[in-house]
Design a binder for this molecule. Structure first.
Ligand code: FAD
Length: 407
């Protein structure tokens, strides 16, 4: 797409993990010359203000789609090594498993949204008694996973080991990428793109409303990279991207817990006559004594116009707290440190993400990363940077993710 000596004006729309990491790879490509070329990252609200700041941060070689996962997983490793990611954005290898449990613990602190009559009495586990340890071992629970209530265990299956599974803190990773890009000459502008202007089938500029008010402004652009996550459709209506809200919480456990990310299935008691209710929160232990948990998505509240207007439903967050504290004393006796919501970007007709050039000359897209956008961001970004500077994607075969196949 580019020749070495051509002046380039590149505008990236959206400062989530995809846009920020794309800014990083574009500005660290050998062909980028900040005296000659300009790269602008246009963010409507706040870097990592959407899902990229509120996701779990699980990385896995067993994620999807397989055409980008290995590249992206390796790039996460390399970035962490290069920039001290362990300290800077909580990068570390983790265990991962599917755990099936009965929610047996009584909430003894914060008010619960589960009816009192529906709860079982508090169960004292006599922490890690011989009997409890025996129950954990019998269900195949690894020795180090010692922060789930043994009496509630039904089954455990390993999904990933530290050689196939890792994690980052998504907010810290995304803001680090944006700041490393800035150090390299990328300009960050806060404003909301209202139009991608075209001339003769090619992009020519981006019009935006500055965040702090005032008249609309225009940025000249020969290359526009649309990375607006669930908002992609509001900027480019033909993009088949839909949005799904999801709530999550963070908890400071009563004592540090081992590095496990758990996909759960928890049977919650609902009183004698009624069948139990099964819930499936994901629970990720993080470094620095934090545990992240998220619940299922909903489509009750449509996508608001910006990430700072996302409605948080307190009761949905409390449900997640009640669910995860029903299987772990360390979580039950811990402190809830955040209750939040964000929107997942899905490709409406399935598949995705969409990564690559569109039918409009100079318009590229990196959008629709569903539940693996943190994992797949560096791979997406590297491939987009290759497309811009080398004229073709070299590091992976992304033909199945070609935006032209989706629009
Ligand atoms: C609960 C939950 C848990 C998750 N856990 C994981 C996980 O463990 N691992 C994993 O790999 N993935 C996970 N994901 C998925 C991941 O969070 C997303 O795929 C990823 O964050 C999408 O990034 P994005 O940059 O495309 O979108 P976003 O993070 O939504 O960023 C889009 C940005 O564009 C900006 N924007 C919007 N409109 C405009 C405009 N007109 N002009 C300028 N800027 C604009 C927004 O303000 C926003 O900052 C999870 C998602 C959810 C919801």
């Amino acid at each position: 797409m580019a020749t070495e000596h051509q002046k380039r004006n590149i505008v990236i729309i959206g400062g989530g993990i995809i846009g920020s990491t794309t800014a990083y790879f574009l500005s660290h490509h050998p062909s980028f010359n900040k005296e000659r070329n300009s790269i602008t990252l246009l963010e409507a609200t706040k870097i990592a203000g959407g899902a990229s700041g509120k996701a779990g941060g699980l990385l896995a070689l067993w994620a999807y789609p397989s055409c980008i996962v290995p590249l992206s997983y390796k790039l996460h490793q390399e970035l962490a090594e290069k920039y001290g990611g362990a300290d800077r954005w909580g990068y570390r290898a983790v265990h991962c498993g599917q755990i099936d449990m009965y929610g047996i613990l009584h909430k003894n602190k914060a008010p619960s949204s589960i009816d009192n009559k529906d709860k079982l009495d508090s169960v004292s586990l006599q922490k890690r008694s011989e009997k409890a340890l025996g129950l954990l071992r019998a269900a195949g629970v690894p020795k180090e996973l010692d922060w789930v209530a043994a009496e509630g265990i039904r089954a455990y299956d390993e999904m990933g080991t530290p050689s196939t599974t890792a994690q980052v803190h998504p907010y810290q990773f995304t803001t680090s990428m944006a700041s490393l890009a800035e150090d390299q000459g990328v300009k960050i502008i806060y404003g909301s793109a209202t139009n991608i202007d075209q001339d003769a089938g090619a992009v020519k500029s981006v019009t935006y409303k500055p965040k702090n008010g005032g008249e609309e402004k225009t940025l000249d652009a020969d290359t526009v990279i649309l990375t607006a996550g669930p908002w992609t459709k509001t900027v480019w209506p033909a993009a088949p991207i839909s949005a799904m809200r999801a709530h999550s919480v963070t908890i400071r456990p009563s004592c540090p817990v081992s590095a496990y990310c758990l996909f759960t299935s928890i049977d919650l008691p609902r009183g004698n006559s009624r069948k139990s209710k099964t819930v499936t929160p994901e629970i990720y232990a993080r470094p620095n004594n934090e545990v992240y948990a998220c619940g299922e998505g909903d489509t009750i509240i449509p996508l608001p116009t910006s990430s700072d207007l996302v409605e948080v439903d307190e009761s949905r967050c409390q449900d997640i707290v009640d669910e995860v504290t029903s299987i772990s004393e360390e979580l039950r006796d811990g402190e809830v440190t955040a209750k939040q919501a964000c929107y997942l970007p899905n490709v409406s007709r399935g598949g995705g993400p969409m990564i690559g050039a569109t039918k409009v000359r100079g318009l590229l897209m990196g959008a629709g990363h569903t539940c693996w956008g943190i994992q797949n961001a560096p791979g997406t970004a590297k491939c987009l940077a290759e497309l811009v500077w080398d004229g073709k994607v070299k590091s992976a075969n992304l033909s199945s993710l070609d935006p032209k196949k989706f629009m």
